[in-house]
Design a protein around this ligand. Structure first.
Ligand code: SF4
Length: 485
């Protein structure tokens, strides 16, 4: 369900900036990170390059908690990168905060990324065999060492170093990197699983996970970094090259359904419009005789607008979200989960009483919070509750940086739609189908990753890991990141 309840967690956000006019960039990085805070709330970090030195401040917490004014003043320099992290490989340790910095080759490198390296096992083994000892469990630090080693091998040729790194890695990665020599480098995996946009004018170049980080810096999106492309920004200007030619694209469909902010543009498509269309298509495919359309706040609001627009049923806010609740602990039994939902959502009795309600939500992962939401609505006087879900059933894990855990924890893997409906107490339950999802996003199947809704993954390691889990009974309870490691 939505982020209010039990939705999958975001998988990090990054920001990179180069100021041609040599203006300080730390405040721009800070603002950019604030604009993508939704992608990770566990830790935040900034690295800038000042007089040949890489300066870093990173710590657990929200962007506003991690950086003081003094920090931003001391992060001098006109080139920098930043990161907000949500841990997807199962750990949440202070040393896992990004950016990571290595002091070789030459004046060192700093790196931040969004994604997940699916073949972390062999990659980390090789790095350790080379005598490098990363201090964290984070794939980004291993990737950074790999690139540093490749740079040594290629005698400082960054194009070659990134190309050979891309050929060695399997998984998703959108990366910003800073060199001690004063270059800002951005690259995206050959399938383009994670988004990366850029903006450039005569004063500066910015790369970010989402265009909202450009908006806040008064920059308009110029284009997306292409799958397999490397962009290098230096005193000499901007150079770019596709170093690994993609044979297909596989952008994560969840960006449109759930992760990205609705005001973001990803691969030239408005996230808001995609969600609105999801709602419209759901209304065509799964009409309901109802008096009100109610979104589960906040992600589902555009889809609820679309459902209302298509069906002519008025939309109303029937569930009010407590915005200040922060984290709740993992609740071991259903009674406590019901309380967790109540802490986050309160029904509006005056709106719901005596009404037949269609609720719109983005996804069902474990399915544990659907029943408490339906109960809340019925206790508040709703006479019927019809559930419409904008994401097709999630039937398999994610190996690319989203914490969709393992087969047996997924409601749609274990149960039929009718079983889920019965357990939830809803009067009807309909999911979006894959054809409708593609239509809403406006992309063909061949351009998107649909791994968690088809059990077919866009990379060899993803498919191999899924097969290994499926073929072993004991493995089915193993979380995907445990397999990856
Ligand atoms: S498996 Fe699902 S969540 Fe993971 S990248 Fe693919 S579409 Fe996104």
């Amino acid at each position: 369900m939505s982020e209010t309840t039990e939705g999958p967690k975001h998988s990090c956000g990054f920001f990179g900036i180069y100021s041609f006019s040599e203006k300080p960039v730390s405040i721009r990085i800070y603002n950019g990170l604030m604009a993508i805070q939704h992608r990770g709330q566990d830790s935040a970090g900034i690295t800038t390059l000042s007089e040949g030195k890489l300066l870093t401040k990173k710590a657990p917490g929200l962007v506003s908690e991690v950086f003081s004014e003094n920090d931003l003043e001391s992060l001098t320099g006109s080139i920098g990168i930043g990161h907000v992290r949500y841990p997807t490989t199962g750990y949440s340790l202070e040393e896992d905060a990004q950016p990571f910095v290595v002091r070789y080759p030459k004046n060192g490198l700093a790196l931040a990324h969004n994604g997940n390296i699916a073949n972390m096992g062999p990659i980390s083994k090789i790095i350790r065999e080379k005598g490098r000892n990363p201090s964290s469990s984070c794939d980004a630090e291993y990737m950074l060492h790999w690139i540093a080693e490749e740079l040594i091998k290629s005698k400082g040729d960054i194009w070659k170093a990134v190309e050979s790194t891309m050929k060695a890695l399997d998984g998703s990665y959108s990366v910003v990197m800073l060199t001690g020599e004063g270059e800002l480098i951005a690259f995206r995996d050959p399938l383009g699983i994670k988004p990366m946009c850029m903006a450039a004018d005569k004063d500066r170049v910015i790369f970010a996970s989402e265009s909202t980080a450009l908006d806040i810096n008064n920059m308009l999106i110029t284009r997306d970094v292409q799958p397999g492309e490397v962009v290098i920004v230096s005193k000499k200007g901007i150079k770019s090259k596709v170093v690994v030619k993609p044979n297909k694209k596989a952008l994560c469909m969840f960006e449109y359904v759930y992760f990205a902010r609705p005001d973001s543009i990803i691969d030239r498509r408005s996230v808001y419009e995609a969600r609105f269309r999801l709602g419209q298509i759901l209304a065509q495919k799964a009409p309901a005789k109802a008096d009100l359309v109610v979104p589960v706040p906040d992600t589902s609001r555009p889809a609820a607008c679309g459902y209302s627009d298509q069906s002519g049923i008025p939309m109303a806010e029937g569930l009010i979200k407590n915005r200040y609740i922060g984290r709740t602990f993992i609740m071991p039994d259903q009674g406590k989960r019901d309380l967790a939902v109540k802490l986050k959502l309160n029904p509006l009795r005056t709106v719901l009483n005596g009404k037949r309600v269609v609720i719109i939500d983005d996804s069902i992962v474990r399915g544990t919070t659907l029943r408490p939401i339906v109960s809340l609505l019925k206790e508040a006087g709703a006479t019927e509750v019809h559930v419409r879900i904008t994401c097709p059933p999630i039937i398999s894990p994610c190996f690319y940086g989203v914490n969709i855990p393992t087969y047996v924890e997924l409601a749609a893997y274990k149960h039929t739609v009718e079983e889920i409906r019965k357990k939830s107490g809803a009067d009807s339950l309909v999911y979006m189908d894959i054809e409708g999802l593609l239509r809403a996003i406006g992309m063909p199947k061949s351009a998107l990753c649909l791994g968690c809704i088809t059990d077919y993954y866009p990379t060899p390691v993803g498919n191999a890991l899924a097969k290994k889990i499926r073929n072993s009974k004991a493995c089915k309870t193993i979380r995907c990141w445990e397999m990856v490691d």
